[in-house]
Design a protein around this ligand. Structure first.
Ligand SMILES: [Zn+2]
Length: 323
């Protein structure tokens, strides 16, 4: 199963394709892995191939069934999502009601339950009953970034597929091909996206690129070590946990680039290769200093993860960095 337009996850696609080809489909799957990496896209590609009904791992993308899936109108592909905070009992009741009948188009019927960790406990309980006595034609795919929030009784009845963060090159390729971004920009976004396409697109919407320009220039200037610029850097790192995390990761990538540039002189290996002048400027620091800075940032990230005092942690770090 190649799942046209689905990036990465080759092993999972292969496994699902083989299941279709052999006719050995599970009646319930659990797709888990962090947000924004394409679990739902793989599920949809899988559903399309199953509904295409030719027993081949690839959907033909030309038949009536494939066209209906594409336009979001296939009666045997049903998506269930949270309504407010929960996936409510009512939604699961409807699902069970539909299951009592044969699929509309004759073959199989698939239910995609997105954000499955948000199943209301009562709804999860009702769903468990259907998982215990599955009706043959139905396939349920639970999708979640937080499988640990699902009852074990449910997890144990599903075939699990774990999805890993995408490789940087995969995220960059998506951004180039699907979002039409320049290669220089995609590389920088992909490097900070932690394997998530959704995250990369979000960064693009935020001021990430402007931020990057600002911080590279600041670090390259040679004046960053004076007290006032340090204070400015400290303020720049932000207040909310997420903002701090993002900016520290960015700061990390700048020092990392300087180190790579010093050692390898290979522009192609840089995250910020489109800002070579600045990277070269930061590379005036010694290897020891760069390593020290990377350690200091990593320690701060760990401290923040462990809920240390944000301001104290950042202040201490900002004033120890070798700039
Ligand atoms: Zn087809």
């Amino acid at each position: 199963m190649s799942g046209r337009g689905v990036y990465g996850h080759e092993r999972q696609k292969e496994q699902l394709g083989a299941a279709i080809a052999s006719g050995r489909l599970a009646h319930a799957y659990l797709f888990h892995g962090r947000d924004g990496i394409g679990k739902k896209e793989v599920a949809k590609a899988f559903a399309t191939a199953v509904l295409c009904g030719k027993g081949r791992p690839e959907a033909c993308n030309a038949c009536r069934s494939c066209k209906k899936v594409k336009s979001g109108n296939h009666p045997d592909l049903i998506t269930v999502k949270p309504d407010g905070a929960f996936i409510k009992m009512q939604a699961v009741r409807e699902l069970i009601g539909i299951m009592a009948f044969r699929p509309m188009e004759g073959g199989r019927r698939l239910f995609l339950i997105d954000d499955a960790d948000r199943l209301h406990p009562a709804a999860a309980n009702a769903l468990l009953k259907t998982l215990e006595e599955p009706a043959a034609a139905n396939i349920i795919i639970l999708i979640t970034a937080k499988p640990y929030l699902l009852p074990r009784t449910i997890i144990s009845r599903c075939q699990q597929l774990r999805f890993r963060p995408l490789r940087r090159e995969t995220v960059a390729r998506f951004l180039e091909e699907q979002a039409g971004l320049e290669a220089t920009v995609t590389r920088a976004l992909a490097a900070s996206a932690e394997g998530s396409i959704a995250r990369a697109l979000q960064l693009q919407q935020e001021d990430y690129l402007a931020d990057r320009e600002g911080i590279l220039t600041r670090l390259a200037s040679g004046h960053a070590g004076a007290p006032l610029p340090r204070l400015a850097l400290f303020r720049y790192l932000g207040k909310s946990k997420k903002e701090i995390h993002d900016k520290l990761t960015l700061l990390q990538s700048c020092f990392r680039d300087a180190l790579v540039w010093k050692e390898l002189r290979d522009q192609g290996m840089l995250v910020h290769g489109d800002h070579l002048d600045q990277v070269h400027g930061i590379a005036r620091l010694t290897t020891d200093d760069l390593l020290f800075n990377l350690d200091a940032i990593a320690a701060s990230l760990r401290a923040l993860e462990a809920n240390a005092n944000k301001l104290l942690t950042l202040e201490a770090m900002t004033f120890t960095l070798r700039l």
